[in-house]
Write a protein that binds this ligand. Structure first.
Ligand SMILES: [Zn+2]
Ligand SMILES: [Zn+2]
Length: 99
């Protein structure tokens, strides 16, 4: 399972994910890129074909409503280890468009 860092850009309201830690499956895919035979026989990019290699969050609404929970959904599982807020910059995608 890969781990990700999530950044919210308040300037352009986009959310970007950055790879924080990659797993063995992704490493295996990266090694294929260094193999001329694999490169010849398969198109790039190689797909790790592993759902946990994408940023994901599984959440649910609490079944018992308590006033202090404020109806917020509870995160059961996620591979996003850190969330950040960028108040100054636009996301990398918007930055390249502006150039
Ligand atoms: Zn992975
Ligand atoms: Zn953006």
């Amino acid at each position: 399972m890969c781990l990700f860092v999530e950044t919210h850009y308040s300037n352009c309201k986009h959310t970007c994910f950055e790879l924080y830690l990659f797993c063995r499956e992704t490493l295996r895919q990266l090694n294929r890129i260094n193999d001329p035979e694999q490169r010849r026989d398969y198109a790039l990019p190689f797909d790790p074909n592993c759902p946990t290699c994408q940023p994901y969050t599984i959440s649910m609404k609490p079944t018992t409503l308590r006033p202090d929970t404020n109806c917020q959904s509870v995160i059961l599982e996620s591979n996003i280890v850190h969330q950040m807020m960028d108040m100054v910059e636009s996301c990398p995608g918007c930055n390249t468009k502006a150039l």
